[in-house]
Ligand binder design. Structure first.
Ligand SMILES: *[C@@H]1O[C@H](CO)[C@@H](O)[C@H](O)[C@H]1NC(C)=O
Ligand SMILES: [Zn+2]
Length: 319
């Protein structure tokens, strides 16, 4: 190692050592005093389906995700692929967002940061976007300055599950060691890292999950996982992220989580109509079946159907 590399790695270490996943209680400021922190455990039955489109206005619109020039780094906490400065960046709008958001970078957490119904996934992809036209400093000081898409990944055996991460896996061996200098610039199809149904998601207001934990983030957590192969996943265990973990622990929810109509209700609603109709017709065998499985309290479900304020309290009912 020549002296330049030694000095560079000492500086790198010093920067990286400012915070660690092993010592979350020592994270500064808002990380500890904030009330809208992320990640959270998303309970499907507590999420509000925004049927009338008051909060979620229309579908998410993804522009320019199919060919993105990115360069990779291991920043000592995660593997990150950033949009190469000066090249066209994808933009996101619609759904819960007001205005356009420009893609900055995506990075990975293993295990997942968010949990869904108490369940963590092996890997979560975060695609970070900034409100178009703002500087990072401006964005971090507003509650709508950033939006992050979270995509869960589920492990399956076999090469047929390698498509989603195929584009980025060749970068991983050269990212095993911390190195702040971006490398491995390449063009990737970012849409392949979105979930199988990108209109199906939970959304809530929260924070960055790393210091300074600014509460500037509209979270969009997709509810349908990507499939990745167990062989791909093994590669991440070799990556140096400065400690054993690269995910933050779950934070108190204490706020509303919305579900897109495409998530809960497009699946659940037709079933519920069937359920309602069968109740009216006195054909209660469905209800009996679901009640027996103990998946939800049918009286509640019925009441909610009839009063029309279905809040996805019984989402597993028709799975
Ligand atoms: C968002 O971007 C689209 C496409 O470039 C543009 O037509 C639209 O006016 C933009 N919206 C805002 C609020 O800037
Ligand atoms: Zn993240």
């Amino acid at each position: 190692m020549n002296s330049f590399v030694i000095i560079a790695s000492i500086i790198g270490l010093a920067q990286g050592a400012q915070w660690s996943y092993d010592y979350e209680t020592q994270w500064p400021g808002v990380c500890r005093s904030g009330t809208q922190q992320s990640p959270i455990n998303i309970m499907t039955q507590d999420a509000l389906v925004d049927k009338h489109g008051a909060h979620i206005r229309g579908p998410l619109q993804f522009r320019g995700y199919s060919n993105v020039h990115v360069e990779a780094t291991n920043n000592g906490h995660t593997l990150k692929w950033s949009n190469v400065i000066g090249t066209p960046a994808p933009t996101l709008s619609g759904g819960p967002l007001r205005g356009n958001y420009t893609f900055l970078q995506f990075h990975l957490h293993w295990l997942s940061e968010h949990a869904i119904d108490g369940m963590k996934y092996p890997l979560e992809i975060h695609m970070v976007h900034i409100k178009t036209g703002l500087t990072l400093e401006e964005a971090l000081s507003r509650d709508d300055g950033l939006t992050v898409i979270g995509v869960m990944c589920e492990l399956h055996t076999g090469p047929e599950n390698e498509d989603a991460l195929k584009q980025i896996m060749p970068d991983v061996p050269s990212l095993v060691d911390r190195n702040e200098n971006p490398h491995d610039a390449s063009f990737i199809d970012l849409s392949r890292l979105l979930s199988p149904n990108p209109q199906s998601y939970y959304t809530y207001h929260g924070s960055l999950t790393t210091p300074q934990c600014q509460e500037a983030v509209t979270w969009i957590v997709m509810d349908q996982p990507l499939h990745i192969s167990d062989n791909q996943y093994k590669q991440f265990s070799k990556v140096d992220v400065g400690g054993m973990f690269n995910y933050r622990s779950l934070q108190p929810v204490n706020r509303v989580v919305y579900r897109s109509v495409a998530s809960g209700s497009s699946i659940v609603t037709p079933g519920l109509l069937t359920l309602l109709v069968s109740t009216i017709n006195g054909l209660a065998s469905n209800l009996y079946y679901y009640a027996k499985k103990g998946k939800c309290l049918i009286t509640n479900a019925k009441k909610k159907i009839i009063t029309g304020i279905w809040t996805a309290e019984c989402p597993k009912l028709l799975n």
